[in-house]
Ligand binder design. Structure first.
Ligand code: PMP
Length: 361
């Protein structure tokens, strides 16, 4: 294999419910490890899939025309400004494939979503990681890391695993100073969950900044993680340039149909986002009452910093049937990242954390 693949580990997802059932002999498992939508997906999306079942023998529309038209209308952009991927994971891969090669470098925060780094390594580009400050992107230091060989700067907004965000003024000031030969990919996987009024509206910014790419996904608030649909939005010229790096039939027929229906069901999204906000605030109150540090989050997850061994908390919850992500696996070893679940799930998490804190006293 290529040298760049040697020593590189495959992506390690959170533990699955089946694994934990087997390993711990438990039957009741709560998984809050992958920032999925705890309320499932829109019934309209399920119905749309059923309607496609007679078309499974036929290849999907490789250009995803119906979905393209729907998303273009939804965002107010041209259809030719969109690139669809098998999850936004694949959009990351396509941009890395198209822009990175030996001798180039790419700039990102640390920790952030790990696929930027992973794909950059495969393309044998240099990875420049800029530590977060107070859990937030250090845009000034990221600018300083850019040179003539930089091809892509990643801004995960809100950032995974901290849930923190870069605001509109900060993003604009950053875009004004990034040299024109550098792409700025703003990953908005959690966009629908954001409530901060100063969060940037990036789609209109595409008209001002040729180098901007915005990424979104149907895996989070839209509740379609299993179907793998994400997309990038950028200038027509940029999308045209990267399209050849895309696989021919990279989004399936059922995924396209479900995504169209899910986008039409905005009432479902609104309800999920509202419930998420209320539950997130319960976590905040709990942390404050128990003197736990956390990063204020604009997403459906929360990073709780126990200022001790995050793995210990992770294992304590795991042994009792609750799967979260250990900060150790995410580059923040003193805490855990918890997906905000439905009320009963969160009740259980909070009850267990309170119990652990009591035992440790
Ligand atoms: N970006 C971020 C910030 C994420 O957290 C995730 C999912 N964990 C993704 C991208 C990839 O999502 P998907 O491939 O399911 O669209």
């Amino acid at each position: 294999v290529k040298e760049s693949l040697q020593g590189l580990s495959p992506y390690q997802p959170g533990k699955s419910i089946e694994e934990v059932k087997r390993e711990y002999g438990l039957s009741d498992i709560i998984k809050l490890a992958s920032n999925e939508n705890p309320y499932g997906s829109s019934p309209a999306a399920k119905a749309a899939i059923a309607a496609e079942l007679d078309r499974l023998a036929v290849y999907p529309d490789g250009y995803a025309r119906a979905l393209r038209e729907k998303v273009a209308n939804h965002l107010g952009v041209k259809e030719t400004q969109l690139l669809f991927g098998n999850g936004s994971d694949e959009v990351v891969q396509i941009f890395c494939r198209a822009f990175l090669e030996p001798g180039t470098n790419t700039v990102m925060a640390a920790p952030t979503f790990p696929q930027y780094r992973h794909n950059a390594i495969i393309e044998r580009a240099e990875v420049r990681e800029v530590p977060l400050v107070d859990g937030r992107h250090d845009l000034e230091a990221m600018l300083a890391a850019i040179d003539e060989n930089t091809r892509i700067v990643w801004v995960c907004n809100p950032n995974n695993p901290t849930g923190t965000y870069v605001n509109e003024a900060e993003l604009r000031a950053f875009l004004d100073r990034v040299p024109p030969h550098v792409l700025v990919v703003v990953d908005e996987a959690y966009y629908e969950y954001v409530t901060a009024p100063d969060y940037p509206q990036t789609v209109p910014l595409l008209n001002e900044y040729e180098q901007l790419v915005v990424m979104r996904t149907f895996s989070k608030a839209y509740g379609l993680a299993a179907l793998r649909v994400g997309y990038g939005v950028a200038s027509e010229a940029l999308i045209r340039a990267v399209e050849p790096a895309r696989e021919p039939f990279n989004t399936s027929t059922i995924a396209q149909a479900a995504a169209v229906a899910a986008l039409d069901d905005q009432a479902f999204i609104r309800a999920c986002v509202e419930r998420n906000r209320a539950e997130l605030e319960r976590y905040y109150r709990f942390c404050e009452e128990h003197g736990l540090k956390y990063y204020p989050s604009q997403t459906n997850f929360l990073f709780i910093d126990f200022e001790s061994d995050g793995d210990e908390v992770f294992r304590y919850l795991l042994e009792r049937g609750v799967i979260v992500r250990s900060g150790k696996a995410l580059g923040l070893p003193t805490g855990v990242r918890v997906t905000v679940g439905a009320k009963e799930q969160n009740d259980r998490v909070l009850e267990l954390i309170a119990q652990l804190l009591r035992e440790k006293q």
